[in-house]
Design a protein around this ligand. Structure first.
Ligand SMILES: [Zn+2]
Length: 103
């Protein structure tokens, strides 16, 4: 009975030491890279090696589905604005252009 217990104890000690070794390697690597995540949905997009110029552990980008949603929203907004301008009398358009050119 005792040899089996000693074997399990030795196995546990070995696995525990390996865990700490791998954990230390992970922490070292983690400190060298940014986690890139989507700024809209927080999906993890990958890792990028850190540069000295940018502090922090996480950087943001945009994932393809969120970019598609954003572009659809912008296209809808553009169509809405163009539709609004189309219904305005022409003198309002000239006023907008004059105001924009003086800014
Ligand atoms: Zn996203």
């Amino acid at each position: 009975m005792l040899p089996a217990r000693d074997a399990r104890s030795a196995r546990y000690g070995s696995l525990h030491a390996k865990y700490h070794e791998l954990r230390e390697q992970f922490t070292t690597l983690r400190n060298l890279y940014y986690l890139i995540e989507c700024a809209w949905c927080k999906q993890r997009l990958g890792w990028k090696r850190k540069t000295a110029a940018v502090p922090g552990d996480t950087s943001h980008s945009i994932c393809p589905p969120c970019a598609a949603d954003l572009l659809r929203g912008l296209a809808h907004l553009q169509a809405l604005l163009l539709g609004m301008y189309a219904t305005l009398p022409e003198e309002y358009l000239w006023l907008d252009l004059l105001q924009a050119s003086t800014m």
